[in-house]
Design a protein around this ligand. Structure first.
Ligand SMILES: *Cc1c(COP(=O)(O)O)cnc(C)c1O
Length: 365
């Protein structure tokens, strides 16, 4: 048997007729940028996230960049991020001209560690930017308390967390805003690039929309130097067709995660730790292994495709050499990068495939 890491074609085929009809509707409508399909998706997704506003943008990186700009983050400012995770979070900070300030994660949850944040706050800090990594919500109440005490904004990177919940409430705007990516492999994915920001702050939503539309709220009147970053109606229509299935898909992910957790307990594998307040979206199922590379090779030989999220921490990338953060600066992030392994998980995975992965992992470790 072969188990691919994720089968995106299967996800699309499952809703073939709905997705086809959505595309045809846009083709026939004559609206190819903005318009009613986009507005309808923004309303649907805001309702799903239990927030007042959703603004569609071009992708997840733009969602972060525009949200930071709308929070007046710019040159000379600092933004606190986790030292592990995907580089987009840091790139967005850099794109505003501000400096990302990494903080080591909690080794149990791999998420930004609230107990380490305060030491990283300086007079230049403007925003705390946690990622809900792997679809596991960060500890938002603890981070919010720190943000409020220091008069900072809390912006959440929700690119991996569609449908996740924190203390029983959907991720959507516990902080000031949440950014989303609809990259095809995310839990809610388009047929190309897409993104959004959700927030309960009407002024922030308006500014993000304006910045993503050339800095123009009124046609041909430009109040600031914006960019072109919009969610295409074609993608909005596809996302609208998929959204009613997201909870069911996340349930299936949870089922696979439950099987893995039960099967791998007591085997000396580092398993995902789920705090009692967390309702994870199980975007990824990430284990830690001291002999990760050897195990990955054995799994590959057994037909099980795995990935590493992520092999090099952002501060060790050439792109961030100028920060001058040598090896050893963030020991937890560096150790995780050498040990993490993502097992296949996805809504279209069969029981037989999950059992195959379990058997292969038992053999491989
Ligand atoms: C995917 C992802 C992004 C970037 O999203 P794009 O739509 O690819 O620009 C940002 N942050 C995290 C955590 C992601 O997983």
């Amino acid at each position: 048997m072969k188990v691919p890491f994720l089968d995106l074609g299967a996800a699309t085929r499952e809703l073939r007729s709905q997705i086809g009809a959505a595309g045809q509707r846009v083709i026939d409508s004559g609206w190819y940028v903005g318009g009613p399909e986009l507005e309808a998706f923004e309303q649907d997704y805001a309702a799903y996230c239990q927030v007042d506003h959703c603004v569609g943008v071009g992708n997840g990186l733009d969602a972060l960049t525009l949200a930071l700009r709308a929070m007046d983050v710019g040159p000379g400012d600092e933004v606190i991020v986790a030292s592990n995770g995907y580089i987009a979070t840091l790139l967005a900070v850099s794109m505003t001209g501000a400096t990302p300030v990494p903080v080591d994660p909690d080794p149990a949850t791999h998420n930004l560690d609230p107990t380490r944040v305060e030491a990283a706050i300086s007079p230049r800090t403007r925003v705390i930017l946690p990622t809900h990594l792997y679809g596991q919500p960060a500890d938002l109440d603890a981070l919010l308390a720190i943000a409020r005490a220091h008069e900072l904004r809390l912006l959440e990177d929700g690119a991996q967390a569609h449908g996740a919940s924190y203390k029983g409430r959907r991720v959507g705007a516990h902080g000031d805003a949440v950014t989303w990516s609809f990259y095809p492999s995310k839990n809610l994915g388009a047929l190309g690039d897409g993104g959004a920001v959700t927030t309960n702050d009407a002024a922030l939503a308006k500014r993000i929309r304006t910045l993503g539309n050339y800095g123009s709220a009124t046609r041909y009147v430009n109040d600031e130097r914006g960019v072109n970053s919009r969610l295409d109606p074609l993608h909005a229509a596809v996302l609208r067709a998929k959204l009613p299935h997201l909870d069911e898909w996340n349930n299936r992910r949870r089922g696979i995660a439950g099987r893995y957790l039960a099967a791998f307990t007591g085997m000396g594998i580092g398993l995902p730790q789920v705090p009692e307040w967390a309702g994870p979206a199980w975007h990824l199922f990430v284990v830690t292994l001291t002999d990760r590379d050897a195990v990955q090779a054995r799994l590959r030989a057994a037909g099980v495709e795995t990935l590493i999220h992520y092999p090099i921490p952002p501060h060790r990338q050439k792109a961030y050499a100028h920060l001058g953060l040598p090896a050893g600066s963030f020991p937890i992030a560096e150790q995780l990068a050498s040990q993490v392994l993502s097992l296949p998980i996805g809504p279209q995975m069969s029981d037989a495939q999950a059992e195959w992965v379990i058997a292969a992992v038992r053999e491989a470790v």
